[in-house]
Design a protein around this ligand. Structure first.
Ligand code: PA5
Length: 452
């Protein structure tokens, strides 16, 4: 997919401003490629597209085929980097109403996600919905100790064992986790679950091109070979150290310059509901990688034209700390023509014969001009058609840009120490053994500082 095109004409950043970053971008490039920067133990994602293990690949294919032929539903249990990539691919590349399609049309199981929150409502409704279906579970956790997926797994596994018995439930559980550590790894070993490994040197939010993302994708019927080919193409294209020739590095540089100009919030803009989870994946990637040391761009996302009717006013005239990165595709997956009305009662005859994609594009162009007139810089990322190949390319593009961007802003883009703070408090309040003292302190604080 040579066609990824970055256009920063409307970004309010001049060409020479960007090119002045060349020396620091080169340093960031070397840190990343020579493993001399912060977080160098987590650079495995850089070469994933070039290093496929054929045995693991074959196992992944066979397992996916088995789940596709033997399952009515796959529940993917995971949170953050352990589910967003798979969900992004499934939504972006699949049918908008995938789970509602007939089995014949879908040719694979329904797909559900769990373990990405603690909602009892969702869990009860999910189990009610799964009643009577042949359910498979793919439980995914790099650390193997994350509370949300661990609880979801315990509940769904217990439910499944009551439905089909222990032995059959075990056959239908696949664990994707670390090669040697964590509670999930131990459990999988003790219980004899089928397992896939997340490489040690690949962190959660950079793991979509490992079995974390690839197994659920394959079960959903996505051509994972093509995903990896797209990623490989990107891997080679964005290995170029030259800022002027590398759009991933330009994107990183532009973000850095805009942040320094006071643009502290980046909106990832798209015009397709099926890109919703891609934007969620992107938000985690950038938010968790860069939000450190009381610095970093706040990554947000908007789906247009939907959000033009809710957030449009703010973007046009609110605080001027925003910039937009717009994702556009040259070709829609499918399109539809607007028919002629009998009496033009709705006044839309001027659009008769035009396609919905044409209208969507005009909305995009018009919005781009309005927002730049309103003082919101726009970076345009144009991609070819929506395919597994493009998806793989996009994943790698954003990962590479994120690594460079993190180094440019002086943070370690591969850790997430801040995520621990809420976990510590939650464990203490839940009474997890080892947190007794914190529990007492927190309960006192809650009594003093809150009304309940
Ligand atoms: O990027 C990360 O490492 C995290 O956001 C994780 O993906 C998330 O916390 C889930 O962790 P785990 O896969 O260990 O359950």
């Amino acid at each position: 997919m040579k066609g990824l095109h970055l256009d920063y004409t409307n970004s309010f950043v001049k060409e020479d401003e960007l090119s002045r970053l060349e020396p620091v971008v080169r340093i960031a490039h070397e840190q990343l490629h020579q493993g001399t920067g912060a977080g160098a133990n987590y650079l495995g994602w850089l070469s994933l597209p070039d290093q496929r293990d054929s045995r693991e690949w074959e196992e992944l294919r066979q397992t996916a085929a088995e789940v596709r032929s033997d399952g009515d539903a796959l529940v993917v249990i995971g949170i953050g980097g352990s589910y967003l990539g798979a969900r992004a691919a499934w939504e972006m590349l699949g049918h908008s109403f995938y789970n509602q399609l007939s089995t014949d049309r879908r040719q694979g199981p329904e797909i559900y996600f769990a373990g990405h929150h603690l909602s009892p409502v969702y869990m009860v409704h999910l189990l009610q919905h799964l009643e009577g279906k042949r359910v498979w579970i793919n439980v995914i956790s790099k650390s193997g100790t994350t509370t949300e997926p661990a609880i979801a797994f315990r509940i769904i596994r217990d439910w499944m064992e009551k439905q089909v018995g222990k032995a059959e439930a075990k056959r239908r559980i696949i664990a994707t986790t670390d090669s040697y550590k964590g509670a999930l790894k131990r459990l999988a070993k003790d219980e004899g679950f089928r397992t896939f490994v997340i490489p040690d040197n690949v962190g959660g939010r950079y793991s979509v091109l490992t079995p974390v993302g690839l197994l659920p994708m394959a079960v959903a019927g996505i051509d994972v070979d093509e995903v990896m080919k797209g990623a490989q193409e990107a891997c080679h294209r964005y290995a170029n150290p030259s800022l002027t020739e590398n759009p991933a590095y330009q994107y990183a540089g532009l973000r850095n310059l805009l942040y320094r100009k006071g643009k502290t919030t980046e909106l990832l803009v798209h015009y397709e509901p099926h890109l919703h989870s891609f934007a969620e994946w992107w938000k985690q990637l950038y938010g968790e990688s860069e939000g450190k040391d009381h610095t970093g761009i706040f990554p947000a996302s908007v789906q247009f034209t939907t959000d033009l009717h809710s957030m449009g006013q703010y973007i046009q005239e609110g605080r001027r700390n925003l910039f937009e990165t717009v994702l556009r595709f040259r070709q829609p997956q499918v399109d539809i023509t607007i028919p002629t009305g009998e009496q033009n009662g709705d006044g839309l005859d001027y659009l008769a014969g035009k396609t919905l994609d044409f209208v969507n594009r005009q909305a995009c162009q018009g919005t781009l001009l309005a927002h730049t007139d309103g003082g919101v810089p726009n970076i345009l990322l144009t991609l070819p058609e929506v395919t597994p190949h493009t998806f793989g390319h996009m994943i790698y593009f954003f990962e590479k840009a994120c690594g460079i961007s993190g180094y440019l802003s002086g943070v370690n883009p591969f850790d997430q120490p801040g995520v621990e703070a809420y976990k510590k408090n939650m464990f203490a309040l839940l009474g997890k053994p080892g947190y007794e003292q914190e529990k007492e302190t927190l309960q006192k604080r809650l009594l003093q500082e809150t009304k309940y």
